[in-house]
Ligand binder design. Sequence first.
Ligand SMILES: [Zn+2]
Length: 221
Amino acid sequence: MLKDEKAVVVFSGGQDSTTCLFWALNTFKEVEAVTFNYNQRHKEEIECAKKIAKDFKVNHHILDMALLNQLAPNALTRNDIEVKEGENGELPSTFVPGRNLLFLSFAAVLASQVGAKHIITGVCETDFSGYPDCRDSFVKSLNVSINLAMDSQFVIHTPLMWLDKADTWKLADDLQQLDYIRTQTLTCYEGIIGNGCGECPACKLRKAGLDQYLTSKQKAE
Ligand SMILES: [Zn+2]
């Protein structure tokens, strides 16, 4: 029974991982969150994650991953690199090679320290971005590797894997947290909480999904 078990959520304070946090709080007996600090453009991201964890009394670990920026400077960590969507099959400028590989591996080490068997990540294959380490096949393969590496029985959960942004808003609503996620999470590349700047690719995607969900909800009523 998952209700008797403990989970660690990979948590950034954005829409997706906050939805995963609520999903986990609804699914498991005990939940802890882990946020990776890799000198994100905006310190607001870490502050936002801290506040959400505090609001819901979730034990929150912040791990220093500055080495990621040292290895692979990119648009998420550097102000002098423009945020661009990938064109013609190229990866976007926000891509950090191997980021989820590293994050999930460190999350598994933390999970073993705190006695959690379950790891939750908000990665999503239907996402526009096409990051290779967000794919279902990668997560399943890493799950096997981590279990072999650590002689353990971790289960990596990806509640958003097959959802589009509208479905993710629906899940937030089903979990009775639509308004909270709408106003308290940070997805915007400009570091603006809630509805954000409205102009960057992350804001556009977030708004399009929300509009789509609210329209379909209205029709159903
Ligand atoms: Zn924005």
